[in-house]
Design a protein around this ligand. Structure first.
Ligand SMILES: *[C@@H]1O[C@H](CO)[C@@H](O)[C@H](O)[C@H]1NC(C)=O
Ligand SMILES: *[C@@H]1O[C@H](CO)[C@@H](O)[C@H](O)[C@H]1NC(C)=O
Length: 202
């Protein structure tokens, strides 16, 4: 019974050690220079991604930078403070460790490079607008991608031997095919010539 207990304890410690190592990899300063003001100290010039400066000067690179707290992020290499994710959620690269980056929930996407806000993700047949929402493709255009600008329909088939078989819709360009040889239609009575405009009534 005791053996089982120690075995579990060992596993737990092992798991914790593993987590610490994973965490350590991404914490602290990446590049540093000697501190000209304080002998023996170093100053960080580049923190690890998602870390901010924690100490201006010190001896341990690990302690010079610290990961942004949950709900905050930085994309700068030497940030003195982390920016807060406003509409976005903080995401981690892995489920185990720092640092956090900003991302948006499913169905939304980052509105700028810093991801300081999220916008609706526009589907096919729509395009993102300046007002941060989605609008249907204007007449004469289509969009067959997620969250892209609508493009005008092609005016001709890429292969000149093809003919247009579908004139397109908001989510599809024109479709082209090689012309099919006429299929044999079931025989019908030939139409009688019309007697259009012969009544002379007016
Ligand atoms: C993190 O956890 C979530 C939910 O448990 C899972 O869906 C996702 O795949 C995990 N991500 C990584 C990088 O392990
Ligand atoms: C547009 O055309 C494509 C290709 O024929 C079709 O798959 C799609 O359902 C159509 N979409 C709409 C909104 O009519």
């Amino acid at each position: 019974r005791m053996t089982g207990f120690f075995w579990m304890l060992g596993l737990t410690l092992l798991a914790q050690g593993f987590l610490c190592i994973l965490g350590d990899v991404e914490v602290g300063c990446k590049k540093w220079v000697p501190d000209t003001q304080v002998k023996g100290n170093i100053k960080c010039v580049e923190c690890r991604p998602g870390n901010r400066v924690a100490q201006q000067s010190g001896t341990n690179p690990q302690e010079l930078c610290t990961p942004c707290e949950r709900g905050t992020y930085t994309l700068k290499s030497l940030a003195f403070e982390c920016a807060s994710c406003t509409q976005c959620i903080a995401l981690s690269h892995s489920n185990f460790s720092f640092p956090y980056f900003c991302g948006c929930k499913k169905g939304l996407r980052c509105g700028n490079a810093e991801c300081s806000f999220c916008v609706d993700e526009c589907g096919k047949g729509q395009e993102p607008t300046k007002k941060r929402d989605c609008a249907p493709c204007p007449k004469g255009t289509f969009n067959d991608q997620i969250h892209q600008k609508c493009k005008p329909f092609s005016t001709r088939c890429p292969d000149p031997t093809h003919i247009i078989v579908f004139k397109g819709n908001t989510s599809s360009d024109i479709l082209c095919e090689f012309p099919q040889p006429p299929t044999t239609l079931p025989v019908t009575n030939p139409e009688k010539p019309g007697k259009r405009g012969t009544s002379g009534c007016c």
